[in-house]
Design a protein around this ligand. Structure first.
Ligand code: NAD
Ligand code: IPM
Ligand code: MN
Length: 347
């Protein structure tokens, strides 16, 4: 099995290095690794954030472990050359439409959440975010109004096939969990969301064992901090899912804790923490590597048929946290590599 390692920018290489140490410690036979430059690193070396060699490695690989992309030095480049285009390009080129972002409270971390302990402790939810459509991939541009004013635009759209396939992913996920699915949209205002809701209701007839509810996204943002324990699986579009998952991460203690899997229809996946390149702490050994370590566990589970090894990593993370291991985002003083050491010791 070939694993593509794409560390990227900022804290990306720092956190991927710790995940790789954990993978190495498991000594799973038959795993091979190749790495490649992506994001700002790709741009600086080859003039493109997603160099052809990197894309072809990603295509060849059985799974991809991704760090983060984003480099403030690139923020004034034309959009097609910016680091973020690399992750958007990989998601689109590889048809990675189903993004699973689990947020589960490690009981040892209740003190790191900004929510009250009894509210935070109840969190065990999964955000299923559509990843190939929405306002992210519609026509966009800059134009002039009749009055000569500059006007930016981004078209938001979903077609029914796109909604149907993510709905099936979400219903299957809900069936394997507590059987509750909440579809989050803005159907009171957006046509895109009206279609979304109609299709989700249609697909629901095939999953009568799952209880479906609908919620507007503004209410969902509020309910996530009021009573997050009410959610099992949330299914939503690309933009709403992006925002709600950062919010959910803080509810369970830190953005440095949330892992993700981005899957195609055949189980091929890209695995990455939900956070970005964190330029404010890059190069200082402060980043929490747990989201990436937990992403490696998801990779073992979903793409490499190694559920037992995935369980071992997740248990080791819990044990490290129970022993008091804390990076700065969790209220501690440990470095990135010391946190990696704590997980290895627990393993
Ligand atoms: P960010 O997630 O990089 O950082 C937000 C805040 O969280 C910062 O204060 C950062 O220090 C902190 N943080 C993030 N990850 C952390 C970790 N593992 N440990 C401790 N603290 C952590 O978001 P941003 O600042 O809005 O974006 C920075 C860059 O990253 C931008 O270029 C953005 O486009 C990019 N980005 C990339 C991805 C990705 O590669 N998938 C995701 C989000 C943002
Ligand atoms: C994420 C990020 C990306 C997104 C950016 C970097 C394109 O925020 O993975 O959550 O918006 O999807
Ligand atoms: Mn995001």
């Amino acid at each position: 099995m070939l694993i593509a390692l794409l560390p990227g920018d900022g804290i990306g290489p720092e956190v991927v290095a710790e995940a790789k140490r954990v993978l190495d410690a498991l000594a799973i036979p038959g795993l091979a690794y190749e790495d490649a430059l992506v994001g700002g690193a790709g741009y600086h070396e080859y003039g493109h954030p997603l160099p052809p060699e990197t894309l072809s490695l990603a295509r060849r690989a059985d799974a991809i472990l991704f760090g983060a992309v984003g480099d403030p030095r690139c923020d004034t480049l034309e959009r097609s050359l910016r680091p973020e285009q690399a992750i958007l390009g990989l998601r689109k080129e590889l048809n990675l439409f189903s993004n699973l972002r689990p947020a589960k409270m490690f009981p040892e971390l209740a003190d790191a959440s900004t929510l009250r302990r009894e509210v935070a402790e109840a969190i065990d939810l999964l955000i299923v975010r559509e990843l190939n459509g929405d306002v992210y991939f519609g026509e966009k541009g800059m134009r002039r109004t009749e009055d000569g004013l500059r006007e930016g635009y981004d078209i938001m759209s979903y077609n029914e096939a796109e909604v149907r396939r993510i709905a099936h992913s979400a219903f299957r996920a809900a069936r394997a969990r507590r059987g509750l699915l909440c579809s989050v949209d803005k159907a009171n205002v957006l046509e895109t969301s009206q279609l979304w809701r109609d299709i989700v209701i249609e697909v629901a007839t095939e999953y009568t064992d799952v209880a479906l509810s609908h919620m507007y996204v503004d209410n969902a943002a509020m309910q996530l901090v009021r009573n997050p324990g009410q959610f099992d699986v949330i299914v939503t579009g690309n933009l709403f899912g992006d925002i709600l998952s950062d919010q959910a991460s803080m509810c369970v203690g830190s953005i440095g804790m949330l892992a993700s899997a981005s899957l195609d229809a055949n189980g091929k996946g890209l695995y990455e923490p939900i956070h970005g390149s964190a330029p404010d702490i890059a190069g200082q050994g402060k980043a929490n590597p747990l989201a990436t370590i937990l992403s490696a566990a998801m990779m073992l589970r979903f793409s490499l048929g190694q559920a037992e090894a995935a369980d071992r990593i997740e248990a080791a993370v819990g044990k490290a946290l129970a022993s008091g291991a804390r990076t700065a985002d969790l209220g501690g003083t440990m470095s990135t590599s010391a946190m990696g050491d704590a997980v290895l010791a627990a393993l």
